[in-house]
Write a protein that binds this ligand. Structure first.
Ligand code: PHE
Length: 339
């Protein structure tokens, strides 16, 4: 074989080997320059052709043209492979801005629960909880609800065939806690409750409450009132006043409902407080001695207070939400306002 043709073949073989193992566009470029560059193989061969006979020239010319074509195909293949594998320098531009996933956030109800819990924890309460499926004893009997209390009706409470029910209030956790531990007790219990209400702007069949229970020696209504006042200040600011009104609950005696001065108008009167200047927030009272007896705590030795409030109500007041159903429809356009 003509020595020049041989040089072409050997050079092509080694170029092919480097191209199949090349891992970057720079390595491919290196081969291109060594073969096709100004000082590359094909350029130097052109110079050497001068001394060849016309017959040799034809042979070399063919090898030259075919070799060049073959080399160009190999270069193109290698480039394609590197681009496709994503490891080529051109495929990765580290200067491009990163792609960020959309950030979610906690639901406004969850935020309210966490804020309430944080406030009560600072006052020495710990968190307790109980099941959403409950017994009649925990939801009614032990809480001193009269046998004919209307809230026991099938029309008010969801019952299972086995007689258990979906708890209608977090007061069940008062019983669960006092069954389990001896006083002194300082707990708050946030959780989901269920009632057979017809849904409208202020009613939902499931909703959340946060319950509080404090049992110790010589607990008084003044202790209750101060804790509720501090809670109101912490949640809605230093201008909020509270008031207690006489009420009835089976599990507290005396019982009260408590109001916050309107957090929207400051007490002057507006649509939200129905021009009364006050907002009904929740129920509370001193633990009824019958409840203590039902859980084996001596009412002569121990006294306590309890309170329970609606989380949805507080959330709606905080964000001026006028329809409770918004909180349960999971419409991202609504929820994303509460980040
Ligand atoms: N459980 C009562 C309710 O659902 C609220 C409450 C709790 C009242 C604790 C007094 C004491 O409305």
């Amino acid at each position: 074989m003509n020595p020049v043709v041989e040089r072409i073949e050997t050079a092509l073989k080694s170029a092919e080997a480097s191209l199949t193992s090349a891992e970057s566009a720079a390595q491919v470029e290196e081969v291109r320059i060594s073969m096709l560059g100004r000082k590359g193989l094909f350029a130097t061969l052109t110079k050497d052709m001068g001394s060849a006979t016309p017959e040799e020239r034809r042979e070399i010319g063919r090898a030259f043209n075919e070799g060049k074509q073959r080399l160009q195909d190999l270069l193109a293949q290698a480039e394609e492979r590197i681009k496709g594998s994503g490891s080529g320098e051109k495929a990765l531009d580290v200067t491009l801005p990163g792609r960020c996933g959309a950030m979610g956030h906690r639901h406004p109800i969850t935020q309210m629960i966490e804020d309430c819990v944080a406030i009560f924890r600072r006052m020495g309460f710990i968190v307790a909880d109980g099941p959403e499926i409950e017994t009649v004893r925990h939801n009614f009997d032990a809480l001193n609800a009269a046998a004919d209390h209307p809230s026991r009706e099938m029309t008010d409470t969801f019952y299972f065939a086995d007689g258990r029910l979906l708890r209608s209030q977090t007061s069940t956790v008062q019983i669960r806690t006092m069954d389990a531990v001896k006083p002194p007790i300082r707990i708050v219990a946030p959780g989901r409750c269920f009632r057979r209400d017809t849904p409208d702007a202020t009613h939902s069949m499931n909703f959340h409450q946060i319950e509080g229970l404090y049992v110790d020696k010589n607990v008084s209504m003044a202790d209750l009132k101060s804790v509720l006042q501090i809670f109101a200040w912490e949640l809605f600011g230093k201008d909020v006043r509270i008031r207690l009104r006489p009420h009835f609950f089976p599990f507290t005696e005396p019982s009260v409902e408590y109001d916050f001065s309107c957090v929207v108008c400051g007490g002057k009167g507006c649509n939200v407080c129905k021009h009364s200047g006050w907002l009904e927030i929740a129920g509370a009272g001193m633990v009824n001695p019958n409840v203590f007896r039902n859980v084996g705590i001596d009412p002569e030795e121990w006294s306590g207070y309890a309170f329970g409030m609606g989380i949805e109500r507080l959330t709606m007041l905080r964000h001026r939400i006028s329809d409770i159903r918004n909180l349960y429809e999971n419409d991202v356009r609504f929820l994303s306002q509460f980040n």
